[in-house]
Ligand binder design. Structure first.
Ligand code: ZN
Length: 185
């Protein structure tokens, strides 16, 4: 589950249908109205705009992007406001909830949270805390360089790491041993 909207999990080998992205996806665009719950691949649109973009003036020639369904205004399919079309993301969220709902009693769940502060705490940070409360054997690891605090009622079930995710992962990486020159590759 991620608040990122850059599709980098999927582009880096995670199965796209196993990544819940409740905040949307820059790779899709939607009708601003919206007249339809359908979203559209933004790649052709971006390619057209880039081709029509004049870096000297910043102007884009040609017609503005419009909704393929109603012809109205469009926007990137991320959670900007109440018009956000979340339909494409709900199935992955339901699969996550179903999976959590089938966890047998005594399940030991480890939640590792990276960089979820107070910009949109209702997306990742608070749900992780609620989940930790709901599943008695759950543990929460909070990795955050500025807001690593954890709720007092979860004391003993949380681990705070006041560090950036990249620094932590670097520190945990086991260096590969130097190649043995006596062994043929
Ligand atoms: Zn429309």
């Amino acid at each position: 589950m991620t608040s990122n909207v850059d599709a980098l999990f999927a582009r880096n080998g995670f199965a796209a249908d196993r990544v819940f992205t409740p905040q949307g996806d820059y790779g899709r665009y939607q009708c601003t109205t919206p007249c339809t719950p359908t979203t559209f691949d933004s790649r052709p649109l971006v390619a057209r705009l880039l081709a029509a973009y004049d870096p000297a003036t910043g102007a884009v020639a040609g017609p503005l992007p419009s909704c393929p369904n109603c012809g109205g205004e469009v926007e990137i399919n991320v959670r900007i406001g109440p018009e956000f079309v979340d339909a494409p993301y709900l199935p992955a969220g339901r699969r996550l909830q179903d999976w959590l709902g089938t966890a047998p009693a005594g399940t030991r769940l480890l939640i590792i949270e990276f960089g979820a502060g107070f910009n949109t705490p209702g997306v990742i940070r608070w749900p992780g805390e609620h989940l930790t409360r709901r599943i008695p054997h759950a543990r929460l690891v909070r990795v955050n360089p500025t807001h690593p605090e954890t709720p007092a009622d979860l004391a003993g079930r949380t681990l705070s790491a006041r560090v950036g995710a990249d620094d932590l992962l670097d520190a945990l990486t086991v260096p590969h041993p130097a190649p043995d020159p006596t062994v043929a590759p």
